[in-house]
Design a protein around this ligand. Sequence first.
Ligand code: NAD
Length: 379
Amino acid sequence: MERPDPPLRKRSPADRRTWWLQAAGATPNQTRFFENTGQELGLADALIENAVGWMPVPLGVASGLVVNGTSYEVPMATEEPSVIAAASAGASVAARAGGFTAGASAPVMRAQVFLEGCPGDAETRLEAARRHLEAEARSHLVSMERRGGGFRGLSMARLAGLEVALVRLDVDVRDAMGANLLNTLAEAMTPSLEKALGGKKLMAILSNDAGLRPAWAEVKLTLDPDRARRITLASAVAQADGQRAVTHNKGIMNGITAMALATGNDTRALESAVHSFAGSSGTYKGLSRWTAEGGGLHGRIDLPLALATVGGSVGVHPTAQMSLQLLGNPDSPTLCSIAAALGLAQNFAALNALVGDGIQKGHMALHDRRSAWLKDQGR
Ligand code: NAD
């Protein structure tokens, strides 16, 4: 296809939409759908570059997820059938047993400043300049310190086999994801770090690792002993077999990513952190563990979650804001606790189906609804 002339970035959003419809060869039905669902082009244009419209993903609600004694109606944006039904089914079994207990750490994120050509005494130079550097970091974080967050740590390391040193800046970002905050801090601190350590900047950016932001959830279910035994074994398989672990974790992220998308969070950052954690032992493993014990089934999940309730598109997108309102306007650790519990509910539902009748029964019922809709549209 020929590149648009004038280029898309030089056109108005409405003009870009017209270009899209023509260039994509939209049929009348497609045009009607696109225009019905693609209102608010101004917001799309404010959120991203070269916006032509919206790619609407269904928004649904998983019902009755009890976390730390509170029952939540959980907004989930997903294009996949069965995900919300499974989350609600898992939530319902857990609710009958008192629900999930869950928690999340203080929301600490890390920025990394990579310096080339640091002298051999850079570590000593860092210690000599520490007070001055920490004071400077705090001066860039005044509003975060006022909120009870702010500067939490400064450290350095050298990368084996590379002439590169790494300075880490840890910050409690309160209810934000912290990407822009930490990128701004890392760039602002770079000249002082270069001067103090005697190196030259290679790059400065946050780490999406989120290892400093662990979340967890647990549940104790009452279950038929043989079903509990089979789920325990299926969970052990996800620790022993990497290929199964990928699918096990995909099922967990069916729930967590859908809630992250509904609340306007950065799903790519979320997923890269989670999958890095799942592989952190050197072998990719399941994020959850289930154990038959005391006539019941105990489940636990641990994973890093950097979910925000302010900032980024969370604070701009009206649907993201409604999603947070539905959840009772939680702070970031509460949202992360709900997400961890949702992932465990989703995981229980999947394992329970897999070791029982299989997952296709539920999937195919929804598949039939899709087929009926397409038939209705004359397709
Ligand atoms: P942001 O830039 O919107 O900053 C958060 C804002 O919220 C700040 O101005 C802060 O002062 C304010 N705020 C108000 N109340 C707060 C509270 N209670 N706690 C914390 N802050 C509060 O958002 P961000 O979190 O710094 O960055 C997130 C955005 O950056 C996302 O859109 C993400 O996709 C994007 N991003 C990600 C990466 C990456 O992940 N590698 C890189 C660049 C940008």
